[in-house]
Write a protein that binds this ligand. Structure first.
Ligand code: DC
Length: 232
C-alpha cells in the first residue's frame, strides 16, 4: 500500500504527540516530534548562556554561528517503548520536557535561521513518506502537500490538567497556574510570530479531543488515515 505523509498541528499540550505516536504505531509509520527539535536547540542555547532563563534575551548571533554543531537524532527506547531525543549523542529526552526549556522555547522557535535549518532537516526525514510529524507548521510549511493534515484542539482546562500531570510525574516543581500561563504565553508567541506562525492549514481535518479518550481520538485519526490511504 502506498505510504503517505501525515501532518499533525495544534496548540501546546492538546495531545498532538500522544495521538501521533499511537497513530504511527498503528500504521507502522515513523513518528517525528518536531517540537523536540526546537526544545533541543533551546537547551543548547540555555546551556551555553545564549538565552536568558525567561527567554527574553537571546544571543541570536552566537546561536546561529553554532547551529551546525547541533546534531539531533531520535532513538527507540525499548524500556519505555518510546523514542528518545538525542543531542550530539546524549539522551536529552527528560531535560527538554522541563519547564525550564518550555519557558524559553518560543523565543528560539521564532528565529528565522533556526526554523530554516530545522524545516530542512524535517523535510529530509519525510522524503520516503510513511511518516507522521507533529508540530505547529507541519501542514502549512514543512509538508504543505501532506496527504493528510490533522488539526488537534482541546480546551484550556483540559490542556493545563494534562500537562501539569506530566510535569509533576517528572518531578518538575511547578504549580497549575505556572503551567496554564506557560501554555497561554506559548500559544500567543507561536501564533503571532513572523516566521511560520501556528495556524490551521485550510485543508486540515479537525479533532477536538477535550472530551474524547485516547482511544476515541486515535480511532478518529485512523479512520481519516484509512480514507486517504484508500484513495492513493
Ligand atoms: O510541541 P512542543 O510543545 O514540544 O513544542 C515546543 C515549542 O516549539 C512550541 O512552543 C513551539 C515550537 N514549535 C514550533 O515552532 N514549530 C514546530 N513545528 C514545533 C514546535
Amino acid at each position: 500500500m502506498k505510504k503517505i505523509i501525515i501532518a499533525i498541528d495544534g496548540h501546546s499540550a492538546c495531545g498532538k504527540s500522544t495521538l501521533a505516536k499511537a497513530l504511527a504505531k498503528e500504521l507502522k509509520y515513523i513518528y517525528i516530534d518536531s517540537g523536540a527539535m526546537y526544545r533541543a536547540v533551546t537547551l543548547f542555547a540555555l546551556n551555553n548562556g545564549w538565552i536568558s532563563e525567561d527567554g527574553k534575551e537571546v544571543n541570536t548571533e552566537e546561536l546561529i554561528k553554532a547551529i551546525d554543531q547541533i546534531n539531533i537524532s531520535f532513538n527507540y527506547n525499548s524500556t519505555s517503548g518510546k523514542s528518545d531525543t538525542f543531542m550530539n549523542g546524549i539522551n536529552i529526552e527528560d531535560e527538554i520536557r522541563t519547564m525550564r526549556v518550555a519557558k524559553a522555547v518560543s523565543a528560539v522557535a521564532k528565529i528565522k535561521f533556526v526554523r530554516e535549518k530545522l524545516v530542512e532537516f524535517q523535510q529530509t526525514l519525510g522524503k520516503n513518506k510513511g511518516i507522521i510529524m507533529d508540530g505547529r507548521d507541519i501542514g502549512t510549511v514543512v509538508y504543505p502537500d501532506a496527504e493528510l493534515k490533522i488539526w488537534v484542539t482541546a480546551n484550556m482546562d483540559v490542556r493545563t490538567a494534562r500537562r501539569y500531570k506530566e510535569l509533576i510525574e517528572m518531578a518538575d516543581k511547578i504549580t497549575v497556574d505556572e503551567v496554564r500561563n506557560n501554555i497561554q504565553s506559548r500559544d500567543f508567541e507561536d501564533s503571532n510570530r513572523k516566521e511560520s506562525p501556528l495556524k490551521r492549514a485550510e485543508d486540515a481535518q479537525d479533532i477536538d479531543n477535550s472530551y474524547l479518550s485516547k482511544d476515541e481520538t486515535l480511532n478518529r485519526a485512523i479512520q481519516m488515515a484509512q480514507e486517504v490511504i484508500a484513495t492513493q
